[in-house]
Design a binder for this molecule. Structure first.
Ligand SMILES: NC(=O)c1ccc[n+]([C@@H]2O[C@H](COP(=O)([O-])OP(=O)(O)OC[C@H]3O[C@@H](n4cnc5c(N)ncnc54)[C@H](O)[C@@H]3O)[C@@H](O)[C@H]2O)c1
Length: 332
């Protein structure tokens, strides 16, 4: 199957291209490289033995999309392209609304023209806001707390409206919990620019000596050690979730992709230290506004309907990140 992967040079997209290729599909990537590097194409080729087709450009560029759909018989789209930094979205909301929402509308318009009506969309657990309880089910009320989250919520609504207008579409919304880890080869992983927004890339940079110490925001949450608890999922498991979603596209659906298990900030730090035999100094700071005690998925629906379950454990998440980080130092 020819699958258009928007944002396929990025963190989750590149791992998904590897899994697509591994089972004989052809990923066709569009990416404007705003948060990724061109060498990812070589790395995907090195891992899979097959070079993915790559178009450099913006998903909002409808003439480029037209060319891609004309050149390739695209049967389905996995739509990752978008900005994802919560803090930046608070400072630059219009940039987020334009990029995340504008590009999705352009994409769906071109898909309609080419009668390609199969799409999997990267949503996020952030759409649940502060959930009333955990684990979180897909039918929980949605309320977002920042512009990034609202772009995800609004895109979900746009895609629901599209389905209501034409139920020959197959649309799957995947709500990711906290993807971490890297490919076993150590060739691809998360490569954040500047100060990372997420915990694992921060730990990685502290372990590499690029940042002096990890700031742990709050140790008075209602959790077993006082630090925030999240559902960390290995990016390779997440990528495989997209394959299952692709195989099961059927009308309008929404799934949580998480492990169902919560780990605290300090659990993750300790697991990283133990697995990689390296110290990660940290300091406790005050809570960050908007952070919540615990957030983890009920992943049963994905198991029941897609036959998908996360298989990799937190030790594998930590060791793969360190392997990737060391490749990354060797390259510098
Ligand atoms: N990583 C997470 O923690 C997480 C959690 C939940 C949801 N998501 C969502 O999953 C998707 C992928 O996330 P990721 O972590 O791989 O991010 P990423 O930044 O590594 O990948 C996104 C890719 O999209 C590209 N891109 C951005 N805007 C574009 C545009 N207009 N046209 C073409 N390319 C564009 C970037 O260059 C990048 O390569 C995003 O939509 C993100 O919001 C990520």
């Amino acid at each position: 199957m020819n699958v258009l992967v928007t944002g396929g040079m990025g963190y989750i997209g590149s791992h998904t291209c590897v899994e697509l290729t591994n089972i004989g599909h052809n990923p066709i990537i569009i990416d404007n490289l705003s948060n990724s590097k061109p060498e990812v194409q070589d790395k995907i080729e090195k891992i899979t033995g097959k070079r993915p087709v790559f178009y450099e450009g913006d998903v909002a560029d409808k003439s480029l999309l037209n060319k891609i759909f004309t050149d390739n018989k695209i049967e389905a789209v996995i739509h990752f392209a978008g900005y994802k930094a919560v803090g930046e979205s608070v400072e630059k909301p219009l940039m987020y609304y334009r990029n995340n929402i504008g590009n999705t509308v352009a994409l769906c318009e071109v898909m309609t023209e080419f009668n390609c009506k199969n799409i999997i969309f990267s949503s996020s657990a952030t759409v649940y806001g502060a959930p009333k309880s955990v684990p979180i089910n897909e039918d929980f009320e949605l309320h977002c707390t920042n512009p990034y989250g609202r772009t995800k919520y609004m895109i979900e609504e746009i895609l629901r409206d599209l389905y209501i207008s034409d139920n020959t579409w197959n649309i799957t919304l995947l709500r990711y919990f906290n993807p971490i880890g890297a490919h076993d080869s150590g060739l691809i992983g998360e490569d954040p620019q500047g100060i990372p927004n997420n915990l694992m890339p921060y730990i990685m940079k502290v372990a590499l000596g690029e940042l002096p110490c990890l700031n742990v925001f709050g140790n008075d949450y209602n959790t077993h050690d006082g630090t925030g608890v999240r559902d960390y999922i290995h990016v390779v498991d997440l990528a495989k979730g997209h394959i299952k979603a692709l195989e099961n596209l059927n009308g309008m659906s929404v799934y949580n992709l998480g492990t169902g298990t919560g780990y605290s900030v300090l659990d993750l730090v300790k697991a990283f230290e133990k697995e990689n035999n390296i110290k990660v100094p940290y300091e406790i700071k005050g809570r960050r506004p908007g952070d919540i005690d615990s957030c983890f998925a009920n992943p049963d629906k994905a198991l029941k309907e897609l036959g998908w379950k996360a298989e990799l454990n937190v030790e594998q998440m930590c060791s793969s990140v360190w392997k990737y980080a060391q490749n990354y130092i060797n390259k510098k």
